[in-house]
Design a protein around this ligand. Structure first.
Ligand SMILES: *[C@@H]1O[C@H](CO)[C@@H](O)[C@H](O)[C@H]1NC(C)=O
Ligand SMILES: [Zn+2]
Length: 541
């Protein structure tokens, strides 16, 4: 009886594997003739791959020194599916199947996950999350550098200094280190603003925006003003990104012959220059790639680079003569900040992954992710694992799905090999919502692969729910860490722990420090003692 049952179960399992079941249809891609990487058919291949990984883990020695330098890379909207799709694209651009490839930062020794919700939001925005991962405090959507007692847009509540929270940049400056920010968005945009601004509404990037919502810009100065005139922004050695319009009056033409947006007649670029002159420090404002690159051989103490009126263009649409890459900006920032013996905190944002997702532009979102990965690789090359902590993470997820049952190595940017119930193709990368909605015809989805614009750079992937802009996702995001005390970043935790963990490794700011632990306290007397013993023995001879 028992053997008959076993036989029946086995037969069902075998049948399911061959034909597939209702949930997992039979997969012609698993036939041997579609195997692309022959080596993978051997069990030994996978065993060896695993053994090599074990050996690498065992060989890796975590630095327990103080992290002199901390570089935080933020991929805005870089969800976990974005990582998987970007690495597949990277591999495919190299002529591989792709799924097995790795982004540079995916080789970091520690990976963790953070929970991104905010005090009043299940699915967060980039302002409250910036406050979490830079100031260590969760707050309300749209609010930067203030605790959650301040409602979005409440200028009056934001003037209470007791509600201001410090960023890790302030902790670094207090310790005598230097600070820089680099982004592909406006330097006044929510993520970089988290490094320096205290503002009740993230859209208050210039004075008129404050006034338009009925608040007084004198009482609640805009974000651009804060960057130039307030602590800690006015002490940043490096500021590189876009957003020039927020620094220039609306009746004054900027470097590219465009009017600014300010109505208070302040020319904040001139005021930044004047502030540095008054302090007698060398400084340089630049607005294009050539000028930025020319600084390399003779770096001033302070650099302000505003390369566009608004955001920098997407890398795939940029002008390589005019627009610096994120890697180039990162490299100059590190070169500049490395002059401080005490170290530095640098914030680097790949800010346009988010914008591309909002527009359902999957290819651009992946390419922006790969651009940030290049910048991480360059930073990792320039900075020693021994004394420099590099943390790579995202602020929140998006609703792009990596779906369907395509075969191995299938074009990540193409349609799934599968078809829907009506026999219509669907994309491997598609979105639950956004502007890419197509009305159904007689209850049937249109075939998007037949559209004229199909596969053009700004072709939108299809979505289920029509919306002006695709939404963020509420799922967790990954954290990758390399350098001193990287293992502190493992596990699943609140996003607001990140600056505390970085500060622990760097021994700055309030709270517990790696350097004040028992190991450190012991190390010095032991060293002194051994030196004494050595000297005594030398004299005795
Ligand atoms: C924040 O500012 C934007 C633009 O200035 C405005 O549309 C929005 O209503 C403001 N939000 C609040 C809650 O005041
Ligand atoms: Zn967004």
């Amino acid at each position: 009886m028992r053997s008959l049952l076993t036989y029946l179960v086995a037969a069902v399992v075998v049948a399911a594997c061959v034909r597939g079941d209702r949930y997992h249809p039979a997969d012609p891609g698993s036939r041997a003739d579609t195997v692309v990487n022959r080596a993978e058919t051997s069990a030994n291949y996978w065993a060896q791959e695993a053994q090599a990984a074990i050996n690498a883990r065992l060989a890796h020695k975590e630095s327990v020194k103080k992290a002199r330098n901390v570089v935080m890379f933020l991929g805005d909207g870089m969800s976990v599916p974005t990582l998987a799709a970007a690495r597949t694209l990277l591999g495919q651009r190299r002529g591989h199947t792709g799924e097995e490839d790795k982004l540079h930062f995916e080789t970091f020794p520690t990976v963790g996950l953070t929970k991104t919700y905010c005090v009043n939001a299940q699915v967060p925005d980039s302002a409250c999350t910036a406050t979490a991962y830079l100031c260590g405090v969760k707050t309300n959507n749209g609010v930067i550098g203030l605790n959650a007692e301040v409602a979005r847009g409440d200028c009056e509540a934001s003037t209470d200094a007791g509600r201001h929270v410090e960023s890790i940049a302030e902790w670094a400056l207090a310790d005598g280190r230097d600070v820089g920010i680099v982004t592909t968005t406006r330097v006044t945009h929510a993520s970089p603003a988290g490094v320096y601004a205290k503002i009740a509404n993230r859209t208050w990037e210039y004075d008129l925006s404050v006034a338009l919502t009925g608040s007084d810009p004198e009482r609640c100065p805009d974000i651009a003003y804060q960057l130039v005139h307030n602590h800690p922004g006015n002490k940043f050695k490096v500021i590189l990104g876009g957003g020039r319009r927020n620094f220039v009056p609306d009746n004054v033409l900027d470097d590219e012959q465009r009017y600014g947006r300010r109505t208070d007649n302040r020319h904040l670029i001139n005021e930044w220059n004047k502030d540095k002159e008054d302090r007698g420090v060398s400084h340089k404002y630049v607005w294009n790639r050539e000028q930025l690159m020319s600084l390399k051989d003779d770096l001033p103490e302070y650099i302000l680079g505003l390369f566009h009126r608004s955001h920098l263009p997407y890398h795939m649409q940029s002008n390589s003569a005019r627009d610096p890459t994120l890697t180039e900006m990162t490299e100059i920032a590190i070169q500049s900040l490395s002059r401080n013996e005490k170290g530095f905190f640098l914030f680097v944002e790949g800010g346009r992954i988010d914008h591309a997702h909002h527009d359902n532009f999957a290819e651009l979102a992946l390419d922006e992710t790969l651009e940030m990965d290049k910048a991480v690789a360059r930073a990792a090359e320039l900075l020693s694992e021994d004394d420099s902590l590099i943390v790579v993470t995202a602020d929140h997820a998006h609703v792009m799905a990596y779906n369907g049952y395509s075969a191995r190595g299938h074009d990540i940017l193409g349609p799934s090999r599968d078809l829907d119930l009506d026999g219509v193709p669907y994309m491997t990368l598609s979105y639950t919502n956004g502007p890419g909605f197509r009305p159904h015809v007689n209850g049937i989805r249109p075939d998007v692969t037949a559209e004229n614009e199909y596969e053009k750079l700004e072709w939108r992937a299809h979505v289920d729910v029509p919306r002006d802009s695709e939404t963020h996702g509420g799922d967790d995001v990954a954290v990758f860490a390399r350098g001193p005390h990287h293992s502190m970043f493992t596990g699943l935790y609140e996003q607001s722990q990140l600056p505390h963990l970085m500060a622990y490794a760097a021994c700055i700011g309030p709270g517990r420090h790696a350097c004040s632990g028992a190991a450190h306290a012991l190390a010095q007397p032991v060293l002194l003692l051994s030196l004494l013993v050595l000297l005594t023995s030398l004299f005795q001879q």
